[in-house]
Design a protein around this ligand. Structure first.
Ligand SMILES: *Cc1c(COP(=O)(O)O)cnc(C)c1O
Length: 424
């Protein structure tokens, strides 16, 4: 698989290089040079998730990774299902929250960890990242137990929910977590300082394993096929997919699935009040506002970093951006949507509620709608309980960690101290 840097198309890399490097020159995103057309979609849809995903990713990545290795990576990464649930007449939910951290980022994160473990060079690898909550958990669980890969996660002490903290600070082994006596921005600044320290980088093999790594997106392509496989051939004729969007990685993956030949009539990009993209699609002007905090905080992004990949896909396929639907909901509308879903008999959380509501407003007669449920309702327990006036039991995956002791170290926001800690 060859990829190029969207900002500097002459910079070309293999899949292995793209996975190791993450970003290209000038922070440019890597993008596949070609995306094959799959001609046996119905046969693929008849296969189980893992087997089908092995064929899809095999076609995308090509012979750069031996088939048996790639197959093992997928088997190790995709260890949980992605069921489709009926929510209303003609509207279905794709539940992506049955993984170890109960969020869809488990798919991309776990495959990225497997990919990195496969294409790594000799020597030590240290994954260093800062988190304000969820991404840290997905990274920690994805890399947990992998050999010769150390993970260090910084987070602002006392500023993430106790439940979130328990989910990734109780693992041990190759996962070290550090509570920093400062805010999230200070944690991010420390990470940046570490990456700017060339000597440190070399010694400990620093890698960011961040959210723009191409391997994440490739993994996410697979669950769009899994959704289609659970619908009837007739429903697939006129399928409209609504994606709750923040950095737009999820939507990018869906567009790659369509490019591969999966029959999806159109997509809808659904956002919260951070609505840079819906406004852009309406006015043609890219004008990010300051990011605002919302109930659907994993989508509190006003400069979505995967957007150049979305535009590249439209351009390369000869599609027009006017074919992309969009909609944005504020918090009050999100609450109304969550209640409406609950009244239909479906318990959701704010991100999925936004995708559902925008979909149901824009779905036309004869179409089948699918929206992505990106997190388990219990991950947004406080909001969901307040809005719906219910009590949510803790799912087993969270409860298990909740009972374990915290293993975090504590540190001031002091780079010299962090440097010594990383070298220890
Ligand atoms: C990350 C995240 C999103 C946004 O996904 P993008 O790929 O960044 O658009 C939506 N919902 C939840 C729960 C998330 O964690």
């Amino acid at each position: 698989m060859n990829l190029y840097n969207i900002k500097h198309p002459t910079e070309q890399v293999s899949f292995a290089q793209a996975v190791r490097q993450g970003l290209g020159k000038d922070q440019g995103l890597f993008f596949p040079e070609t995306i094959p057309q799959l001609h046996n979609i119905d046969e693929l849809l008849a296969l189980p998730l893992v087997e089908r995903s092995q064929k899809i990713l095999g076609a995308l990545i090509g012979d750069e990774i031996p088939t048996d290795k790639l197959n093992a990576m997928i088997e190790n990464a995709f260890t949980f299902p992605a069921p489709v649930a009926k929510v209303a007449d003609n509207i279905y939910a794709l539940e992506l929250f049955h993984g170890p951290t109960l969020a869809f980022k488990d798919f991309g994160g776990r495959f990225m960890a497997q990919a990195l473990a496969t294409v790594r060079k000799d020597g030590k690898i240290t994954i260093l990242t800062a988190t304000s909550g969820d991404t840290g958990a997905a990274v920690a669980h994805a890399f947990y137990g992998l050999e010769n890969i150390e993970v260090v996660i910084l987070y602002p002490k006392g500023k993430i929910s106790p439940l979130q903290e328990k989910l990734f600070c109780t693992l041990g082994r190759n996962i070290r977590t550090v509570a920093i006596n400062a805010d999230f921005d200070a944690c991010q600044a420390l990470v940046k300082q570490a990456f700017d320290d060339e000597e440190l980088r070399q010694i400990i093999g620093l890698n960011s394993a961040n959210s723009i790594n191409i391997s994440r997106l490739l993994a996410q392509v697979c669950y769009y096929f899994e959704a289609a496989a659970q619908l009837t051939a007739e429903q697939r004729q006129n399928l409209v997919v609504s994606v709750p969007s923040g950095n737009f990685g999820n939507l990018t993956a869906g567009l790659i699935a369509k490019t591969l030949g999966l029959p999806i009539k159109r997509f809808i990009a659904s956002t919260n009040a951070n609505d840079t993209v819906p406004r852009y699609l309406q006015t043609g002007e890219w004008q990010p506002h300051a990011t605002v905090a919302t109930l659907s905080n994993a989508m509190d992004v006003s400069r979505p970093n995967n957007w150049p990949r979305v535009e590249e896909l439209f351009k390369r396929n000869g599609w027009h951006l006017s074919e992309l639907g969009s909609g944005a909901l504020n918090d009050a509308q999100t609450e109304t949507a969550l209640k409406a879903q609950y009244a239909q008999g479906y318990l959701c959380e704010p991100h999925g509620a936004i995708a559902y509501q925008v979909l149901s407003e824009q779905l036309q007669a004869g179409e089948t709608g699918l929206f992505l449920c990106t997190a388990h309702p219990a991950k947004f327990k406080e909001s969901v309980e307040r809005i719906l006036d219910i009590e949510l039991p803790l799912p087993e995956a969270l409860d298990k960690h909740n009972k374990l002791p915290l293993l975090s170290d504590e540190m001031d926001a002091d780079f010299a101290a962090l440097r010594a800690y990383l070298l220890k």
